[in-house]
Design a protein. Structure first.
Length: 693
């Protein structure tokens, strides 16, 4: 077998075609021929597949997206069997296993599993070859991290330095610096890197202790760095680190650490302006600015009083003043506070924050002060009011004040585009909306080039094995190698595979937004339509929710542990189903869609069948949404949406309504385009949000 293997390698590696097309691998394969024939055979398997694919491409004249076949199914089953026992294979067994799999794309995963499960120094040649062959791939990155951690534990300084590449892993980064010092590298060249590792808002791992001590002993730790780290620990970091850092300051500066710590735990601490003696005014201004920006969201009246006193004592920079006034203006606008107009005008005058201008507009809309809406938009710098929202609300203001022709011009401009405000404008004009569907055109050459990539082959197989996370890693790695034309081909391929989330993400990243049907697929149609109708929910709304929540990623999990297509929380599922639903069950599309639609019906029942309020509630919770209802009189729905305090929920409602319109058009497609096809937004502009339910 070995003689045959050598013959095969020589035939492959030293053939003219191979030399011309695969030069980057030549040196590695020559080396492996002498070091490990089984390993070399193993690594040539996917390469042979790629070469075969290139040859097939020359004769292929039709678009073929499917990489599956009866033979591939057999290989898949064989791979799963071998994977279970790979840990006890020797090199010879592994080579034979690889040969039995032929050109199966996941052969490298056997080797990665074998090498990673029980790393030994004796495996260095094989690990090195693997890292070279699969450099920068998800496979290599995982093994590389394990290898470095092993070398660090074994105190293999030279080998660690040889294999190390810059890492965000603090343990590895500190080990690298420590090993460099042990090998005689000039420490002064490392001071900057050590300072970067030290100046973070949390504790670093014990691997960093020795280099930090040497660095500090060399006099590199300045009080400015200590104060910077205290600031980072207070503002979003681990505030429990501050007492330790306080001990590194001179006595006359320790009060600054106390101020940061108190303000982090309770921003009302800044109300005691006597704690700010103006000994170090720049740092004190930072602390006051930080505290006020948080206090306004906790205690509005105390924040207003404190700011008035602070301005007499603390010297803020322009940037600090801009941020403080901006935060005050936004909170006061949300509360419809009597001082909202005053602070909105102040903040808009000194701040470049577009959120301030947006809330200035929202405040005027709540008051329905249409004349001031016009003044705000027409007199603001263009960069502040360039979004479609301002054109729409300027048109609405013109319309309210009888300037119909000017309003119509703006509505018509907006109505030509496919977005929330474009659909609103179409409804105001009483005309059909525009979808601007223009499917992307990709060449067969691009499609075949993407399909031939080993990463594509691996991604396809990993999806078949329902290893979705690894599949996405491979697919993203594949796309990093492509130009835009090939990336769009990848979007088409993933759509054809019904890998809708990846298709959607790729179109978005590449800025090609007009392939409407691929970007808004009727994925999981049978189950979504069935469960929507069963719960008396409009199917287009259920599709829109799923599209916004997960982009049809069945295994999506949010930081809040919402899961699956419609991002259902386990607690919500338990409440609706009156029994425990496991997190794993929620990743099943049928179960998820069933509960998601049931929840939509629950929200509709709670909110008087108002789908706008129910949409907001799906994101923010119905109790919170009830708190956002108008206080004195009903508001038109488009105005109410602009007043939603949470940016995430506000944008969520706009997106879902726009998506709902797109899905309404697709589900009711009959070859004609009428004003009735804009039903979603026709309903929206005639909907009022009530004072109470």
């Amino acid at each position: 077998m070995l003689k045959a293997g050598f013959k095969f390698i020589d035939l492959m590696v030293f053939s003219p075609d191979f030399l011309s097309n695969h030069k980057p691998l030549l040196n590695t394969l020559k080396y492996l021929r002498n070091v490990s024939i089984p390993l070399c055979l193993l690594m040539l398997a996917p390469l042979a597949k790629a070469i075969a694919a290139e040859q097939t491409h020359l004769a292929n004249t039709s678009f073929q997206y499917n990489l599956d076949s009866p033979e591939r199914e057999k290989q898949r089953a064989q791979f799963l069997r071998l994977e279970k026992s790979v840990w006890k294979m020797d090199s010879q067994d592994l080579a034979e296993a690889a040969q039995s799999l032929g050109d199966y794309p996941l052969v490298p995963y056997l080797l990665a599993r074998k090498l990673g499960d029980n790393i030994r120094l004796n495996d260095e040649a094989q690990i090195s070859a693997f890292l070279t062959r699969y450099a920068d791939t998800p496979l290599a990155n995982k093994l590389h991290s394990k290898w470095l951690k092993y070398l660090a534990r074994k105190n293999e300084a030279k080998k660690f330095i040889h294999y190390y590449t810059p890492s965000r892993d603090a343990k590895l980064a500190c080990s690298f610096l420590s090993f460099q010092i042990s090998q005689g590298v000039d420490e002064t060249q490392l001071y900057s890197a050590i300072a970067d590792l030290w100046t973070v808002g949390r504790s670093q791992p014990k691997e960093c202790d020795s280099i930090f001590k040497r660095w500090q002993k060399a006099g590199q730790l300045s009080e400015d760095l200590v104060l910077l780290r205290i600031k980072k620990a207070a503002d979003g970091g681990s505030h429990t680190l501050i007492p330790y850092l306080k001990g590194l300051l001179d006595d006359d500066k320790k009060y600054l650490a106390d101020l940061w710590h108190k303000t982090r735990r309770d921003p009302a601490s800044v109300a005691k302006t006597s704690l700010f003696p103006s000994k170090y005014p720049l740092v004190e201004a930072e602390i006051m600015h930080y505290g006020l920006s948080r206090l306004i969201w906790r205690n509005t009246e105390l924040a207003l009083k404190t700011l008035k006193k602070a301005e007499q004592k603390v010297i803020f920079t322009n940037a600090q003043k801009s941020r403080v006034y901006g935060q005050f203006a936004i909170k006061l606008a949300i509360d419809d506070h009597q001082k909202a107009s005053e602070y909105l005008l102040k903040a808009d005058a000194i701040s470049d924050d577009t959120a301030v201008t947006r809330w200035h507009l929202a405040h005027l809309l709540k008051q329905q002060d249409w004349a001031r809406v016009i003044l705000l938009i027409e007199n603001s710098p263009a960069q502040k009011v360039s979004e479609n929202a301002y054109s729409y609300w300027l048109a609405r203001a013109y319309e309210h004040l009888g300037r119909q022709n000017e309003a119509k011009v703006l509505y018509q401009q907006l109505a030509e585009e496919r977005h929330y405000y474009g659909f609103l404008a179409s409804a105001r004009l009483g005309q059909a909306h525009q979808l601007e569907n223009a499917p992307v055109s990709v060449s067969e050459q691009s499609v075949q080039a993407v399909l031939a990539l080993p990463e594509t082959q691996r991604a396809f197989e990993l999806r078949k094995l329902e290893r979705f996370h690894e599949a996405r890693l491979e697919w993203r790695h594949a796309q990093r190698q492509l130009d835009q034309a090939d990336k769009l081909a990848a979007a088409v391929i993933s759509s054809a595979w019904e890998w809708h989330d990846q298709s959607i993400f790729t179109f978005s990243r590449e800025g090609y937004l007009d392939d409407v049907k691929r970007r808004f697929p009727t994925a999981f149609e049978d189950i979504i339509v069935k469960e929507a109708l069963k719960n008396k929910i409009e199917p287009e709304w259920a599709f829109a929710i799923a599209r916004r929540e997960s982009s049809f990623m069945p295994d999506a999990v949010s930081p809040a542990n919402a899961r699956g297509l419609m991002q259902v929380l386990p607690s919500t599922a338990k409440y609706l189903e009156k029994r425990r639903i496991t997190a794993r069950q929620l990743l099943d599309a049928n179960t998820n869609v069933k509960i998601g639609n049931k929840y939509l019906r629950y929200l509709m029942n709670k909110l008087n069948n108002n789908s706008i309020l129910a949409t907001a509630s799906y994101n923010a919770g119905w109790r919170r949404v009830k708190q956002w209802l108008p206080e004195n009189e009903a508001l038109e729905a488009d105005i109410w949406v602009e007043l939603i305090p949470y940016k995430e929920t506000r944008n969520y409602v706009k997106a879902v309504m726009a998506y709902k319109q797109i899905y309404h058009s697709q589900l009711n497609e009959d070859g004609t385009v009428t004003a009735n096809s804009s039903k979603v937004f026709n309903d929206l502009i005639h909907t009022d949000i009530p004072v109470s339910l």
